[in-house]
Design a protein around this ligand. Structure first.
Ligand code: ADP
Ligand code: AMP
Length: 215
């Protein structure tokens, strides 16, 4: 199975690009660990109860929990899909090693959406999401057609609890300390890798991603 990892700090545009990839390649599978955890919080499952303590402080949920969640998802995926998109995983060196035991590194491509803290805060504080279909908006750059309701399903948009500015700063610190080091490991290996400045236009970024996927 081929795997495309969308890598970058919170707010770099991983979910936005994943949705564009899915529009173009409907037979790929999309896993966002953040979406799965939020769904579990909504359903009040044991996983949700455990995860929310970490998420609302901007901390990573423990590796064992996330790794076993990913293993369960991956083993149920049919091998003849186009490719699997991973958003928000791996997020620590332990998670990278775990993934490399499940998927051979030659089947993996990594896209790094690079952006700095100032832009991250601006992106996240104005992010709104649809609680029903997960479509992502930005109140300035990527507005819904009518005021704060989803273009797809007309549901009222919400701001994620962890998108408040004080939590975002913490999430960015966690990203720098625990997630960014993965990048060096990836660069040292022979994994196909593309770095994109994430402050470009959404469609321009997608065109770069699409070329990389095709080749
Ligand atoms: P991530 O999944 O990496 O946390 P999102 O895809 O949710 O990031 O994007 C964060 C916010 O930035 C959203 O409000 C989204 O609409 C907006 N956004 C995403 N990509 C761009 C872009 N290239 N230019 C401007 N705004 C963007
Ligand atoms: P995201 O939707 O990717 O911004 O993730 C939201 C939150 O979910 C993060 O701040 C973490 O608390 C948690 N989370 C998501 N993915 C992971 C992961 N791979 N490892 C640990 N925690 C995660």
């Amino acid at each position: 199975m081929k795997v495309l990892i969308l890598f970058g700090p919170p707010g770099s545009g991983k979910g936005t690009q994943a949705n564009k990839i899915l529009e173009k390649y409907p037979s790929c599978i999309y896993i966002s660990t953040g979406d799965i955890l939020r769904e579990n919080i909504k359903q009040n499952t044991n996983l949700g109860k455990l995860a929310q303590n970490y998420i609302f402080q901007g901390l990573l949920v423990p590796d064992e929990v996330i790794n076993s969640m990913i293993e369960n998802k991956i083993k149920n995926i049919n091998d003849n899909i186009d490719f699997l998109i991973l958003d928000g995983y791996p997020r620590s060196t332990n998670q990278l090693e775990f993934l490399l035991n499940l998927i051979p590194y030659k089947s993996i491509k990594v896209i790094y959406l690079k952006i700095d803290l100032k832009d991250v805060i601006n992106r996240i504080v104005y992010r709104r999401v649809c609680p029903k279909c997960n479509k992502i908006y930005h109140l300035i750059y990527n507005k819904p057609q009518s005021n704060e309701t989803c273009d797809n399903c007309n549901t009222k948009l919400i701001q994620r609890e962890d998108d408040k500015e004080e939590i975002v700063t913490n999430r960015y610190k966690v990203y720098l300390n625990q997630t960014l080091p993965i990048l060096n490991k990836i660069k040292q290996m022979d994994i196909k890798f593309l770095e994109i400045p994430a402050d470009k236009d959404i469609n321009e970024i997608f065109n770069n991603i699409n070329e990389f996927i095709k080749n």
